[in-house]
Write a protein that binds this ligand. Structure first.
Ligand SMILES: *Cc1c(COP(=O)(O)O)cnc(C)c1O
Length: 392
């Protein structure tokens, strides 16, 4: 067989993208694992070649802020997974969002965003952008009509995050995308929760997809990174402004780690989801549990929409407990032996986070814990919650 799958086709299987596509093995002596180009700059045989490359930093390796062959492999794979033309990789999910918005919008423009986006995106929207003359309206995204009502003549962008990672409200992606494209408004979504394996927003008409790759993409809780996928025109704009000028790029080494993480993303995501489902079945039957918030739970108010636009939910959910009896929510979290008390998710390890520790949004339930089911045995996780809830 050829050492590399060079051509991308519409029906390319996920495993072909993850295992082969974009590897350029012929170019690099046929390594099975991709080479790590840990270099800042690239040299040329002649001034003429250098000059030529400098005019095309988007495609030519000149300096690793713009182009690096290890990062280039990752870009191809992620774009193919999302079904979009191209991808840029940033030093964090936050950098991916902020660099993209700053590349595409100008003073006087307006954004309509779903309420309660990821906390630092929310800060960027409400505290930083107004300083540069960009207004942001936040709407309850459960009704697509709310986006329409908030649109102004100067609205340039609609920002979605579906589901969010605390209380999991979702937006009707297709309805919002259709309404926006009729009005020439760009749409952007944070697709971190689902990953492209469980939700492909481009197929529903979304223009820009962003991810925190610190979660399932890297998968081993050893790096922070972000991704932006879009069409060539938008990617070129973000490349020049958000990437070359603002400069918040990923290091070649972290890109290499993410490529390694990506190899097992389908397996990890599946196992984490199965563990979450098993744990949720146990928790929903427990006398001290009020309810579980999870997009595919029977009790989830938007379950039908979730099933329509998502292939699955992941390993992250929130459990709402009854009034504490003998011990507090904090004590409950501390008495779990197999769950680490930490932020983030998407790694191999199970985590808990008292929901009130991340701030108090309206509609946020009291006595709630966000749970991330990692890759342990389901019995281990269930047994642990059983013992911790025993004297709650
Ligand atoms: C973690 C996260 C982010 C922020 O990404 P960083 O890589 O931490 O900068 C944005 N959106 C969602 C949904 C996240 O979970």
């Amino acid at each position: 067989m050829a050492l590399t799958l060079k051509k991308r086709s519409k029906d390319m299987k996920t495993s072909s993208i993850i295992n082969h596509y974009g590897e350029e093995r012929e170019t690099y002596l046929g390594p099975v694992a991709p080479p790590l180009f840990q270099t800042s700059n690239f040299c040329f045989r002649s001034a003429k070649e250098l000059r030529k490359a400098l005019h095309n930093e988007f495609s030519e390796p000149v300096y690793s802020r713009g182009n690096n062959p290890t990062v280039a492999i990752l870009r191809k794979k992620v774009a193919a997974l999302e079904g979009m033309s191209d991808c840029l990789v940033f030093a964090s999910g936050s950098a991916a969002v902020t660099a993209t918005v700053l590349s595409l919008l100008s003073s006087g423009d307006h954004i309509v965003s779903v309420k309660k986006p990821y906390a630092w995106v929310g800060y960027f929207f409400s505290e930083m952008l107004p300083r540069f003359g960009i207004g942001v309206s936040m709407v309850d995204g459960r009704d697509p009509g709310n986006f329409m009502k908030a649109i102004r003549p100067e609205t340039k962008l609609i920002y979605l995050e579906s589901p969010n990672s605390l209380t999991f409200e979702i937006q009707d992606i297709e309805a919002v995308a259709n309404m926006a494209s009729e009005r020439n408004i760009l749409t952007m979504i944070d697709n971190t929760y689902c990953t492209p394996l469980y939700q492909k927003p481009a197929g529903m008409g979304i223009d820009i997809v962003v991810h925190s790759a610190s979660k399932y993409f890297s998968g081993h809780s050893d790096m922070v990174a972000g991704l932006v996928c879009s069409n060539d025109e938008i990617i070129q704009k973000v490349f020049v402004s958000g990437m070359m000028a603002l400069g918040g790029i990923i290091s070649p080494h972290d890109a290499w780690l993410m490529l390694r993480g990506l190899r097992t993303m389908p397996l990890r995501l599946e196992k984490s989801r199965q563990n979450a489902e098993a744990l949720i079945r146990f928790l929903e039957g427990h006398a001290r549990v009020e309810r579980v918030i999870y997009p595919f739970s029977e009790s989830f108010p938007q379950r039908e929409l979730a099933a329509k636009q998502m292939k699955g939910a992941n390993g992250l959910f929130t459990v709402v407990l009854k009034e504490p009896g003998k011990k507090s929510i904090d004590r409950l979290c501390e008495s779990l032996e197999h769950f680490l008390l930490a932020v983030s998710w998407g790694g191999y390890e199970s985590l808990v986070l008292p929901l009130d520790a991340v701030g108090s949004h309206e509609g946020m339930p009291a006595h709630a814990v966000r749970v991330y089911a990692g890759l342990e045995e389901a019995e281990t996780l269930i047994g642990d919650f059983r013992q911790a809830l025993d004297d709650y």
